[in-house]
Design a protein around this ligand. Structure first.
Ligand SMILES: *[C@@H]1O[C@H](CO)[C@@H](O)[C@H](O)[C@H]1NC(C)=O
Ligand SMILES: *[C@@H]1O[C@H](CO)[C@@H](O)[C@H](O)[C@H]1NC(C)=O
Ligand SMILES: *[C@@H]1O[C@H](CO)[C@@H](O)[C@H](O)[C@H]1NC(C)=O
Ligand SMILES: *[C@@H]1O[C@H](CO)[C@@H](O)[C@H](O)[C@H]1NC(C)=O
Ligand SMILES: *[C@@H]1O[C@H](CO)[C@@H](O)[C@H](O)[C@H]1NC(C)=O
Ligand SMILES: *[C@@H]1O[C@H](CO)[C@@H](O)[C@H](O)[C@H]1NC(C)=O
Length: 305
């Protein structure tokens, strides 16, 4: 319909004269662009203790900025089920997401929030034919988590960050999602030996599949890492951008991390390609990242085309 209108408009433009003849082709071009450029579907993966219902605001922002976008918030592993082991969640989310990818010849975008950002990395690493263009990691502990937060007090009332390794770095601990990416900077050996998830994604212990996982991961076009200093949950907050504590609990930025320098799964490649985007926003607490319109306009909107 719209391309038909465009044709008739350009014919009218040929006939008209003066200033209007300059404007009509322009308008026609805009309509034509709107007709052929459909926005890619967006898939949202939630985090620890939340559920698909928490993304109403984000869905509204996307609908307002990119009308007609097909947005799917995957409704799996809600609330306490989000404590299930990370590989279980990767398998579950992957099964739900794969058909959406197959339905979209032009590809899809991921917005993955908090723990969901690590789930998405697992999917992107292990799915050889994914078609994700922008992978937006929204305040996710990509380099791991080490902090005494309310979540920790609620989950493990008898532990604090300094002794949680006793539980997390056991076979039983590894059956809890948060232990899969618990990264105690004072017990790096135990982390490397025990973490069934993050240590493999980051090749902190030898991973026979790392070459293949890197190739899979690098099918993405853009990696957008969003986080900020007032997050209050992700600790250190720089973990959202692959910074992490050294043995003295001083934060070492991504560019000085081995995982980046050795280009373990493609971070450095993405940076060299110009496809690694860091977006830091102050004054946003953890639970607000997906509902803050400033964050959406500043860090996400332009990557959802
Ligand atoms: C998207 O916006 C349109 C126009 O405001 C509205 O009619 C529609 O219900 C919205 N869809 C969603 C899923 O929010
Ligand atoms: C949106 O995507 C889902 C998953 O691929 C699909 O089932 C649904 O039909 C799509 N909706 C529209 C309006 O295209
Ligand atoms: C980690 O595993 C290696 C190899 O199996 C072993 O030599 C080392 O003692 C382990 N370290 C810890 C802290 O468990
Ligand atoms: C590597 O991939 C193979 C085949 O997909 C799988 O069976 C194996 O569990 C993977 N290894 C790790 C460490 O995940
Ligand atoms: C930690 O601090 C001590 C004393 O200030 C220093 O000797 C050591 O090199 C530091 N370690 C790291 C990993 O920065
Ligand atoms: C949203 O983000 C802006 C920009 O940092 C901040 O000033 C504002 O307080 C935030 N609002 C909420 C509710 O998080």
């Amino acid at each position: 319909m719209i391309s038909f209108a465009t044709d008739s408009m350009s014919r009218r433009a040929e006939r008209s004269s003066g200033a209007a003849s300059l404007l009509w082709p322009l308008l026609g071009a805009c309509l034509w662009a709107a007709a052929v450029v459909a926005y890619k579907p967006v898939i949202i993966v939630h985090g620890l203790f939340d559920s698909s219902g928490d993304f109403k605001n984000l869905q509204r922002f996307i609908n307002e900025s990119h009308p007609g976008t097909n947005v799917t918030v995957i409704d799996l592993f809600d609330r306490s089920s989000s404590l299930r082991p990370m590989w279980n969640q990767v398998d579950g989310f992957k099964a739900a997401i794969y058909p959406i990818m197959q339905n979209s010849a032009e590809g899809v975008h991921f917005i993955c929030y908090s723990q969901g950002g690590l789930v998405c990395r697992g999917i992107l690493s292990t799915l050889p034919d994914h078609n994700v263009h922008s992978f937006i990691s929204l305040s996710s502990p990509q380099a791991g988590q080490y902090g005494d937060t309310d979540y920790l007090k609620y989950l493990f009332p008898h532990f604090v960050k300094s002794n949680l390794y006793h539980l997390c770095y056991t076979a039983m601990g590894q059956r809890i999602s948060i232990c899969n990416y618990w990264n105690d900077p004072h017990h790096r050996d135990m982390y490397a030996n025990s973490s069934d998830y993050l240590a493999l994604l980051n090749s902190d212990r030898p991973n026979p599949n790392s070459t293949e996982w890197k190739k899979n991961f690098l099918r993405i076009n853009k990696l957008v890492l969003i986080g900020g200093p007032d997050d209050g949950v992700i600790t250190p907050w720089q973990s959202s951008q692959f910074g992490f504590f050294d043995a003295n609990e001083t934060v070492v930025e991504m560019q000085q991390q081995g995982v980046y320098l050795r280009d373990v799964f493609g971070l450095k490649t993405l940076a060299a390609r110009g496809d690694l985007i860091l977006c830091s926003v102050p004054d946003v607490q953890h639970v607000w990242w997906h509902s803050n319109e400033t964050v959406f306009h500043t860090c996400m909107e332009r990557w959802l085309v």
